[in-house]
Design a protein around this ligand. Structure first.
Ligand code: 2RA
Length: 339
């Protein structure tokens, strides 16, 4: 299959290439795409060198699938141009997520909604993906009424510039361009993405709105506080969930153990619980610290950790493409045949 990776030189783009290779995605031709200043630069994929191409050259080559991680404004402008030549676009930005004509997909939850009409498919926000994956089977069993979530998010979610800021601050020689308004090393920023009029950040509202759309249930109430911490391996979340029905803690554990993509890591007596350093480089969403909220009925507390660049971005996007192949919605020469 002819595969374009748009934003191939970024942190998520690099992870996408890694995931495509690891999962033996059927790549017959790779088109790494990046901004004009990176065109001509070489990247390596499965031991071969590929030259970064421009957006226009990639569209002219009519890839079967284009996996985008190049930011919202690039996606808004360029994804429809790929779709017009018949390319299936899987987009990791927020540009299409809440568009009612576009699907927002976590394959383990709602891949079945995909149809041949879906040409631009949205990949959810990283912090949402890991939370809904831990929640969806519990919702089926006990019906979620309300979720209160606080996140502890890795600097890798911001991109290379933020990783550089953290590392330079740590080395005591930071004088480069800032990714954040404040120092990040030895600090915590209750600020991810821009502030909206209601006082919440865009990241917080993504968790509220995307959760309802992916779970297909507008009645789920969600409130979020999203926080950046000086960590690299993945995002962590303290999730408090109130259900309509009462639950048995052993059954909750067993439902989570049966959830595809989830790994229960929960043996506090032996200091075993999910941590970003253990989630790093893995696709699984790690769930632990399972306990009743003793302050009110039918309420559970849990701690959810995942590598935000893997299941939170690249792996989920590649899994969407894999599901589309399985459902017969993505085939070799899909683009050529459409034009
Ligand atoms: C972050 N959610 O961690 C973003 C990345 N998509 O900032």
């Amino acid at each position: 299959m002819k595969v374009a990776v748009v934003g191939a030189t970024g942190l998520v783009g690099g992870e996408m290439l890694k995931v495509l290779a690891e999962r033996n995605f059927p790549v017959s031709e790779l088109l790494p795409v990046a901004s004009e200043k990176s065109v001509g630069q070489e990247i390596e994929f499965l031991g071969k060198k590929y030259k970064v191409v421009s957006m226009d050259d990639a569209i002219a080559a009519r890839p079967d699938v284009a996996i985008f991680s190049a930011g919202g404004s690039v996606s808004k402008e360029q994804a429809p141009r790929f779709a017009e030549v018949g390319t299936v676009v899987i987009d990791n930005s927020s540009a299409w997520r809440m568009d009612p004509t576009k699907k927002l997909v976590v394959p383990e939850i709602n891949a079945k909604e995909l149809t041949p009409d879906d040409k631009i498919i949205a990949n959810p926000n990283c912090s949402t993906i890991q939370m809904v994956l831990a929640l969806h089977k519990l919702h089926e069993a006990y019906q979620i009424k309300r979720v209160v979530v606080s996140t502890y998010q890795s600097v890798t979610g911001t991109g290379k510039k933020a990783v550089d800021q953290l590392m330079a601050e740590r080395a005591g020689n930071f004088d480069g361009p800032r990714a954040y308004a404040h120092p990040i090393d030895l600090n915590v920023l209750p600020h991810i993405d821009v502030f909206e009029e209601n006082g919440y950040t865009k990241e917080e509202m993504k968790m509220v709105n995307e959760t309802k759309k992916i779970m297909g249930d507008d009645s789920i109430r969600v409130t979020a506080t999203t926080v950046r911490i000086p960590v690299m391996g993945g995002h962590s979340e303290a999730v408090n969930v109130e259900f309509a029905k009462d639950f048995d803690l052993a059954e909750v554990r067993s439902l989570l153990e049966q959830t595809d993509g989830v790994e229960v890591v929960d043996d506090p007596a032996n200091n075993v619980y999910p941590m970003p350093k253990d989630a790093h480089g893995k696709d699984a969403v790690l769930v632990g610290r399972l306990r009743r909220d003793e302050s009110q009925p039918n309420t559970l507390n849990m701690w959810v950790v995942a590598d935000n660049l893997r299941k939170g971005a690249a792996t989920n996007a590649v899994q969407i493409a894999e599901h589309m192949i399985k459902l017969g919605l993505l085939k070799e020469h899909t683009a050529e045949a459409t034009v």
